[in-house]
Every structure is written in C-alpha cells, then in structure tokens.
Design a protein around this ligand. Structure first.
Ligand code: GLN
Length: 539
C-alpha cells in the first residue's frame, strides 16, 4: 500500500506533535494496518547523542544503537513500528551524505544544491523506511520544528514533492496547530489560519488539521477554521488537554473519527478497530487507588523531558500495580551539599517510598546519589539504579561496606586507587564523543534465584545500553564475597549487567536502560517489581 502521512506543526513548539503522530499510528494499527514511524529533525547534529539532556531532553536509544530524538520513544510506547537508525532522519545526516557523495564525485560536476540534492536525499531516506518491508501499509513522517522555521523548509519541501508525486490519495498532510484562549475563555483561530497559510506558501495544503485547544471545538468554530484554511469541515479535529494520561489521546481521536477521515482520504477501507487495549490503559489509570512516592535522584531533574522514558516507565509500572506513582524530583546536588540524606529523603523530608537513580554523565551531584543509595540500603527502601544508578550502587558498596574511602568510577576520578567502575578497556584512548559507547541491544543472562531473574522470569534478557563505563571485574570477588549479588552478566565479554543488595527488599541496579522498552500495555518487568515492592512495603 505504501501510503504516506506527513505530520507537521505550527504556531508554536511543544504542542504534542510526537504524541499526536504516535496516537494516529496507534489508531491505524488498531485497525490492522502495518504502520512505520519516521522522525525528521531539522537540527544539524548528526544524531541526538551529543546533545545535552538539559537542552534537548533524553536521548532515546534503539536496538541497533541509534541515539535518537525522544519522539522515537513516543512511537515505541504507542505503536509497534520497528525503530532503528533509519527511522530518525536529521539535517546533519542528510548533509553528511550529500557532502560525502559530492566529494566522491557522485554528482558528476553538477552544482550541488538544497533542491534537488538535499531534498532528494530526504525523500530517499523516507522512502527507504516506507519500502523496507513489503507489508508496510502506512508510513507516518513527523517533521520536527514549526512551520516558518528556516531549518525545516527542506523537509517540508521534500514532503510537498512526495505528496505531489504520489498523489493526494496516497500521501497527505496532517497539520497540528494551537487555538489559544484569551480573555473570558474566547478561543482564537487566527494563529491557526496563519499557520496553514505558511504551509500553503510552501506549496502544501494540509488535508487534516488537528487543533490543540483547551476545550473541544464546537462545530461553528470548526467550520470557521475550515472555511479560512481550505479545509473540509470534517477534517478539523481537536486535541484537548488530557486530565489523566496522554494514553487517552488515541481514544480522543478515535471518538472524533480522525482515523476514519484519514483512511477515507487515502482511499483505504476502515477495517474494524480494536481499541480495547487503549481503553484498558485508561481504565487502569482511573482506577488507581494508592500512591507510591518515588524519589528520582538525578542531575537533570529540572527538565521533565530529560528522563522522559524513565517517567513513562514508572507510570506504566503504576498501571500494572494499581498505584499512582508520584514523581518526587530531587536534585542530587542538594543531597550532596546537605550531606544528610535522611533529612531530604526521609519522613521529615520528601518521605519517599522508593529511590530511583537514573542514567547520567559527568561528575556533578554524584556524591549526593551515593548518599541516597546508602540511605536506601540502610533503611531498606526499594532502590532502582539505572546505568549510572548501578555505578552509584558499586561506589556506595565499595565506600561504605568494604570501607574503601577512595572507591569511585574513573569517570569521576581518574586517580582513584579503587576504581570499582572503569572504562571498557578497548575504549581507553578513544577521543571522539558520540558513537564510542556500548550502544544498543545486548542480551544479558540472568542468574537464577535473583530479583533480576524473578522480574523477567527468563534467562536471556534483551535490553538497550548507552554507556562507556562498566563494573570493574578486578573487584568482582571482593564485592561478591562481601555480599553483593550479581543478577545478570554478559558472558561473551565477561561483563556484569546487574547487581543487587543482599538482605534488602529490592535494591537492583542494571547497566542497561529498561525504560526504553516499557509500554503502557506492558510495563518493563524491573520497573513493575520496583513499584510493586514499594507499594507492598507502604501498605
Ligand atoms: N556515565 C556513565 C557511563 O558512561 C553512565 C551512562 C548512563 O547512565 N547512561 O558509563
């Protein structure tokens, strides 16, 4: 079938374009279509790997080790589109390829230009995904940025050309805008009209408009928008704010028949929809009764997007455990300065029921995380360490159980005498940031009898990595003979993938990032068990 849907946005950023595109993907999948998701990012970085989480939010990692935009995480949570390097297209990659081809003489002396060379490369990359599997029915291409940005013009031009080449019943444009409210709840449609005009100026008449609005738009407003934007009345939709969960958005679109209208425009029959899994997710969300407070002790806590997948995975775990997970974001630097973890985390402080130390890079706030881990270990509070959070467990164990004052990771102290965490040997000397990590999917082998094994219920566990440093094997004997438990290994390279505290309700650290594979319909097993134990201890 190979139909294309381009999702663009206007008026302003952060309207939830990624979630809208994903929700549309979910709905089309619910009707039995095979959907592929693609993100076009107008930035010049080749990938998101070198970007600061403060500026750009989390780096999402795929099985094949692509370091991508966090929108791919949305795609993974809402749809079953396979995601790999190919599904994330950046200006950096496109120019990289075109410039390389130019140097290799590929263009036979012609002048190399944005149109057609850059746009051709964009089109080729989009169509490579659309045509990769013969059974792909619909490819949804989200174009990052906002219409009017200089950077996104080549991507919109590529979309225009593809819509032109394939015809409107094979390729269409979905545009997301904002309807702001001013004064006494008056809804303003003008910015949306202008946004559609900008699209028209680029040669694209949107086929479907999704308006982010504080309330559902009434028919009069929809007709008015339709009239001013050349849009059929039934093609103007509302995306209103969700009270309980973003996973209700597919249902909101379903009720408005967004998918049916799109399928009709694409000349596809609307097969019966199975939206039960989404109804169940929402049902689970509204019927949560208890609360569990999880302290996220990290360094990027100011920006919610920095730990996006971690927060989502906690939410998924809460759904399965029947609890609302309250996120208590704690800047580890605060614990470090204060030096009193009990005051910050304990009953008179944040009163958390569990501690999660997420992934991270660099020295700042590390001691605060170590103190938080020690506090959780001493007070038998459930603790979940992800990547850096596992390194923190090792440093705590070295310092406070084995009495090695100097215990550290060489990431934070090159000269430590007790480097319980150190660089992968083969990587010593690599200076190039980006692409020098242990990245993507590896299969860990679980040790029977551990909490790790209990969570997954199986021996071979496939999860994604993104790190340079590892548990130092030279200290493995001393660590384990003093009680630390190894929950999983990667036998091929003799690496430790998971550690656990003995005599503790649930203290588990993993070297990988289980949050990337968690879904609202299937929580990550480790997140689920972490929350279940925190809930049970609270009861
Ligand atoms: N900074 C650590 C490393 O590179 C941990 C990385 C992470 O938490 N993703 O190994």
């Amino acid at each position: 079938m190979n139909k294309l849907i381009f999702v663009s946005g206007g008026v302003c950023s952060s309207l939830g374009k990624g979630v809208a595109a994903s929700s549309l993907g979910a709905l089309l999948e619910s009707r039995g279509f095979n959907v592929r998701m693609v993100k076009c990012d107008p930035y010049i970085n080749v990938d998101a790997g070198t970007m600061s989480p403060y500026q750009h939010g989390e780096v999402y990692v795929t099985d094949d080790g692509a370091e991508t935009d966090l929108d791919l995480g949305n795609y993974a949570r809402f749809t079953s589109s396979p995601l790999s390097k190919a599904n994330s297209i950046t200006t950096g990659q496109v120019y990289n390829t075109v410039i390389r081809k130019e140097r290799e003489g590929h263009y036979l002396g012609r002048c190399v230009q944005v149109i057609p060379h850059i746009t051709d490369e964009i089109k080729a990359r989009i169509m490579a995904v659309a045509k990769e599997n013969a059974d792909t029915d619909i490819t949804i291409v989200e174009i990052g940025g906002t219409v009017g940005d200089i950077e996104s013009i080549p991507f919109l031009e590529a979309a225009r050309q593809l819509i032109h080449e394939y015809g409107r019943n094979n390729a269409l444009s979905v545009h997301l805008t904002l309807i702001p409210e001013v004064g006494d709840g008056e809804l303003k449609t003008k910015p949306s009209q202008h946004s559609v005009k900008s699209m028209q100026g680029l040669g694209i008449q949107p086929d479907v408009l999704i308006c982010r609005a504080p309330v559902m738009l009434d028919d009069v407003t929809r007709r008015k928008i339709g009239l001013f934007t050349n849009m059929e009345n039934d093609a103007v939709f509302t995306s209103s704010n969700m009270d309980t969960t973003i996973y209700e958005i597919p249902l909101m679109f379903y009720e408005q028949k967004l998918d049916q209208v799109i399928l009709k425009k694409l000349g596809l029959e609307a097969r019966p929809a199975n939206i039960e899994p989404w109804q169940e997710v929402v049902q689970q969300a509204v019927s949560r009764k208890e609360k569990v407070r999880v302290g996220i002790v990290g360094k990027y806590i100011e920006l919610h997007d920095s730990y996006k997948s971690v927060y989502e995975a906690l939410f998924h775990a809460g759904l399965e455990c029947g609890v609302e997970v309250e996120l208590v974001k704690i800047d580890s630097a605060r614990v470090e300065e204060n030096q009193n973890a009990e005051a910050i985390l304990g009953k008179d402080g944040a009163a958390v029921d569990g501690i999660l130390v997420p992934g991270g890079f660099g020295h700042r706030g590390i001691n605060g995380m170590v103190l938080a881990a020690k506090w959780a270990r001493d007070n038998k509070v459930p603790y979940f360490g992800i990547c850096l959070g596992m390194h923190i467990m090792l440093i705590d164990w070295g310092k406070h159980v084995l009495g090695w004052e100097d215990a550290d990771s060489t990431e934070f102290n090159q000269n430590t005498k007790k480097a319980v965490v150190s660089l992968l040997e083969e990587q010593v000397g690599l200076k190039n940031y980006g692409g020098t990590m242990r990245l993507g999917r590896y299969v860990s082998v679980a040790v029977p009898g551990t909490k790790f094994f209990a969570a997954y219920g199986t021996e071979n566990v496939s999860e994604r990595h993104r790190h340079r440093y590892e548990f130092s094997n030279q200290y493995r004997d001393e660590m384990t003979s003093s009680g630390l438990i190894i929950g999983a290994t990667y036998p091929k390279d003799d690496l430790v993938e998971s550690v656990e505290w003995p005599d503790h309700p649930w203290g588990v650290g993993v070297q990988f990032h289980p949050e990337f594979k968690s879904k609202p319909t299937a929580a990550s097993p480790l997140f689920r068990d972490f929350i279940a134990v925190a809930r049970d201890l609270k009861r």
